[in-house]
Design a protein around this ligand. Structure first.
Ligand code: ZN
Length: 140
């Protein structure tokens, strides 16, 4: 296990914009605020969602699109640098009217309503390609 100690940073609450992308808004916010490392969680509702599943044998992401209104029972993730930009690694569990759940690595989702808590850390987290998993993991 690789790790590093991080210091306290700023805290935010945010209301996501109706009709905009869930993850894209977090990344824009992080860019605007100059956030280099953070964790976040939130909840709300979306009108569609595309989640990814990483196949550990193929080392490929496979997408599943849900073109329907869904409750965001939990969306959590972290913010760090990936390439030239900031990446909001986001996972979500989403519920249907009958209470059944879908979820995964949230690629995109159109916000109906969303509320977020973001906790910045006084650190600079970068992602780089990991040869074992072929994922972009933190370089700690
Ligand atoms: Zn993921």
């Amino acid at each position: 296990m690789d790790y590093q100690r991080v210091e306290d940073g700023r805290e935010y609450v945010a209301r996501l914009e109706h009709g905009e992308d869930w993850r894209g808004q977090i990344e824009s916010f992080a860019e605007t605020e100059g956030i280099d490392a953070a964790f976040f969680y939130g909840l709300g509702a979306v009108s569609d969602a595309t989640v990814l599943f990483y196949d550990q044998d193929d080392k490929e992401y496979y997408a599943e699109r849900f073109d329907e209104p869904l409750e965001v029972t939990t969306a959590l993730g972290n913010i760090s640098h990936l390439g030239d930009g900031r990446f909001a690694h986001t996972h979500a569990t989403l519920s249907r009217p009958d209470g059944s759940m879908v979820g995964g690595h949230l690629d995109s989702a159109t916000v109906f309503a969303g509320e977020m808590y973001v906790r910045e850390f006084g650190a600079h987290l970068e992602r780089e390609r990991d040869e074992v998993t072929d994922l972009d993991l933190w370089n700690l």
